[in-house]
Design a protein around this ligand. Structure first.
Ligand code: PMP
Ligand code: GLN
Length: 383
């Protein structure tokens, strides 16, 4: 392995899912649903394959999907992206993230991210030969909020790009309008590009709403919005994601993307277009069910003695292991599948400042009723 990839030898998801399989544990670690997306969408994919839609799609994605993405954003956020020049279909949000960093950042530039951060961000920055500088979330009541001073301190004259994710994996934080406004003001002051990872844009709870950074004054022209069908339509294996940005920025993303994968997911693209156009009621129902599962899992974790954090969005809830007399979340997660028959993920793997996050464990609630129930039963039995 080349030096710049050595710190990223294996992902935490592979490690914990392997442990879960080995010990027959309920996998509340890796965030993927164990049930299917909307039936109508699955049928469109089947039909597309049967109809011979099996060759390279157009480089920017099939027009119907780009139109559906643009229409969806116009409807929900009032932002207007030209489907021909400002929307790019990618191989999951993961490729959109990598192509954004590779397309916009020079070797030696600084990229600022907020920890804990999704693991692929750091790897993408390393691939680009850039340097990462971290700001952080801090406890705020029973949840988290941006530490604005840490963000100010992380920005240097070499900073080119800022990576933001809300709703936030792994903490389940939905950044407040005040936090997003502060981010926007700093981005404008320092003339930064901003990547807004909105993979969980539909998954918010308890009266929260998703605010896209691209909608704040002065932000449309500097923001690359990234999202994905994975979480919205429960198809993490399809790897259909997208980036939306003004044409000059999107062209930079495309310049990298075209040599990473060129294109991907031909027959799934019309299916996701169908889903964006027709399956919003299904997504609303998913949001409601997820919200309930979140409450059930959070209650069980509290009963088992964890210090449970508030989850306002995503697939995830974080829990403090300190009240259990444990102090190292990584060790805790390594032992959990064998000890209790449940798998989870330590939050420290999403941070550079490991000690600051080593008391937290991330659990996912994006699983079937019976999977959650069995996880809850095991957690209760173990306390
Ligand atoms: N960003 C965040 C915050 C994520 O949690 C994930 C994975 N769930 C991704 C990006 C990657 O999404 P995809 O599976 O579409 O590549
Ligand atoms: N995004 C999912 C998670 O955070 C899984 C991603 C992956 O397996 N790479 O759990």
């Amino acid at each position: 392995t080349v030096a710049r990839l050595q710190p990223f030898a294996s992902t935490i998801f592979a490690e914990m899912t392997e442990l879960a399989v080995r010990h027959g544990a309920v996998n509340l670690g890796q965030g993927f649903p164990d049930s299917d997306g909307p039936a109508g969408m699955l049928e469109v994919a089947r039909q597309a394959i049967a109809d011979g839609f099996n060759q390279y799609p157009p480089g920017r994605g099939v027009p119907a999907l780009r139109q559906a993405i643009a229409a969806d954003r116009a409807r929900r956020y009032g932002t207007h992206y030209d489907p021909d020049t400002q929307v790019l279909v990618t191989v999951g949000a993961t490729e959109a993230i990598a192509a954004t960093v590779l397309g916009l950042v020079e070797p030696g530039d600084d990229v600022v991210l907020i920890e804990p951060y999704y693991d692929s961000y750091a790897a993408a920055i390393a691939l680009a030969g850039a340097r990462r500088r971290t700001a952080r979330l801090v406890p705020d009541g029973d949840g988290f909020a941006l530490d604005l001073d840490s963000l100010r301190a992380a920005i240097t004259p070499k900073t080119r790009l800022l990576l933001v994710n809300s709703p936030h994996n792994p903490t389940g934080t939905v950044l407040s309008r005040a936090d997003l406004t502060a981010i926007a003001e700093l981005a404008i002051e320092h003339d930064l590009y901003v990547m807004s990872d909105e993979a969980y844009e539909h998954l918010y709870f308890d009266g929260h709403e998703h605010i896209s950074l691209s909608t704040l004054p002065g932000m449309f022209e500097r923001t690359i919005v990234i999202s994905s069908a994975a979480k919205t339509f429960s198809v993490t294996g399809w790897k259909i994601g997208w980036a939306c940005a003004p044409a000059p920025l999107l062209d930079a993303v495309l310049a990298a993307k075209q040599f990473l994968t060129f294109v991907g997911g031909g027959p799934f693209q019309p299916a996701v277009a169908h889903a964006l156009n027709n399956e919003q009621p299904w997504v609303a129902a998913l949001r409601d069910t997820l919200s309930e599962k979140r409450l059930r899992l959070s209650a069980a974790l509290a009963e088992a003695g964890f210090g449970v954090k508030r989850s306002d969005g995503t697939y995830f809830v974080c829990a403090d292991i300190t009240p259990l007399g444990a102090s190292d979340a990584y060790d805790f997660c390594r032992e959990l599948p064998e000890r209790l028959g449940v798998a989870a993920v330590p939050v420290s793997v999403f941070a550079d400042d490991k000690p600051a996050w080593n008391h937290l464990v991330r659990f996912t609630f994006c699983k079937k009723e019976e999977t959650i129930a069995e996880g809850v039963r095991r957690l209760r039995a173990g306390h």
